[in-house]
Design a protein around this ligand. Sequence first.
Ligand SMILES: Nc1ncnc2c1ncn2[C@@H]1O[C@H](COP(=O)(O)OP(=O)(O)OP(=O)(O)O)[C@@H](O)[C@H]1O
Length: 312
Amino acid sequence: MIEIEGITKRYDATTVVDDVSMVIEPRTIAVIVGTSGSGKTTLLRMINRLVEPTAGIIKLDGADNRSLPGYELRRSIGYAIQGHGLFPHRTVAQNIATVPVLLGWDKARIKARVDELMMLYQLDPEAFGPRYPHELSGGQQQRVGVARALAAEPNVLLMDEPFGALDPIIRTKAQEDLLAIQKRFGTTIILVTHDMEEAVHMGDKIAVMDAGKLVQYAKPAEILAKPASAFVETLVGASERPFRLLSLGRVSDAVEKGSAEGEAISGDASQRDALAELLWSGRPALPVSGADGSPIGRVTVDGLVRRAARPA
Ligand SMILES: Nc1ncnc2c1ncn2[C@@H]1O[C@H](COP(=O)(O)OP(=O)(O)OP(=O)(O)O)[C@@H](O)[C@H]1O
């Protein structure tokens, strides 16, 4: 668990992070969003003490993050940044091994971990391990950057716009990979992004920053349905909000009694996909199938539209 208590950072007279308090539960993803200059990166870097706060406390599993020297703290916390930050004169395998080497792991353990992460990221260790970063595509470099951050099995991973430089298709894949890896290792992740779509997709909770202040910290559905201020509402994008809300819900949660003509949609599909299919095919209702393929009811345009409407 990460507890941020009244954290403030000032540079001379300018307050760039202003009395922020938030708790990040273990094994969850908190996404920090906000406009440029709102203090997101500074907040993130106070967790691993690349930036020292002016006031406030940050606790990791109950311990003040100042109870260790900064360099030791940083070996226990993964850190991945936009543009990956790989060492250009070290091979891919050496880059990934950076922190395990610093921690003095034995060679066999390091090799096993590097190979495991490379396989996980679909980079053949034989082929890619000896290569240098410039011999990789942008997407591959980014994967190596995240693999390096995960190498020493950190409980906490800080990510600053890790997918910012990727094109949209690779970006989606990178997000899926990260979600799968987060589930597998149970890592607690704090991710900074400009992209509300990414925040809604990735976050168990979303923290919205504006001018150094934390203006809302809540589950994605709550941020979308009940933005705390006009600023959050703008950031969420009022016109996109209904679709974002639907993308969070499963069809199985919107099933109505009755039947419908045509091919069934899976109860696991998102409500957004169901609405897209309904509108695209011009039908008022679709049959819904359960996990075993048997019909469990139907989903309707009217029902989905009601769900997308902002709750009173
Ligand atoms: N070392 C520093 N000295 C003085 N001011 C700084 C320093 N680092 C950051 N700032 C200022 O603090 C403010 C917040 O910066 P920060 O990088 O945390 O914002 P951000 O929300 O991450 O922005 P972006 O999305 O553009 O990366 C900015 O106005 C920035 O100019």
